[in-house]
Design a protein around this ligand. Sequence first.
Ligand code: C5P
Length: 215
Amino acid sequence: MTILITAGPTQEAIDPVRYLTNRSSGKMGYALAEQALGMKHRVILISGPTQLDIPAGADFIPVESAREMFTAVERFISQSDIAIFAAAVADYRPTSVPEQKIKKSSETMTLELVKNPDILGSCRDVFHYQGVLVGFAAETEKVEEHARGKLLRKGCDLLIANDVSRQDIGFDQDENEIMLITAEETIPLPKDSKKHLASHVIKEALLISQEKAEQ
Ligand code: C5P
């Protein structure tokens, strides 16, 4: 099988030396890549900037901005049987990026932002992807309800939901507590290392892939 994984944050340029980003470490996406490689699958890892080592054996596509990630996914997704979207893509980017560094002048400054493309949300309608689609949902309230809505809206087969209002898990931590959500069921998993959770996610995605093939 070929598994495409997006991981890490995106960086949205403000000027040549500044950018907007978020606290994603990339750990979950890289753990998914490691697990899939360990099971001898081909991995296409499309990653925003992280401090992590590139998993040995992965086809590694480094990107910076959401738009670059969009283009990379558009180019490679048709090669994959399963696509897992673990990246924390910036929802907005600065409307325009000057060629020169912005000088400090007035006391206040306003940054205008424009919406980035929804990469996961483009898979079915824009990229016409037919493989197994796995999304992540970072929620702060009504976690299961919001995640189930996202599963349907984005045409996912599987959605991994986590509660980011908790300090002990999630962003930049080695552990997480997640729910696997499909159209039929919700499987809550106890708090565990991202490595172990990644193996559950890959196994569930492979199971769904098998079920789809038998239909
Ligand atoms: O809508 P929301 O950002 O909460 O959705 C999260 C899911 O969508 C994650 O799987 C994330 O990787 C993906 N996503 C994306 N492109 C965006 C925003 C989110 O692929 N612009």
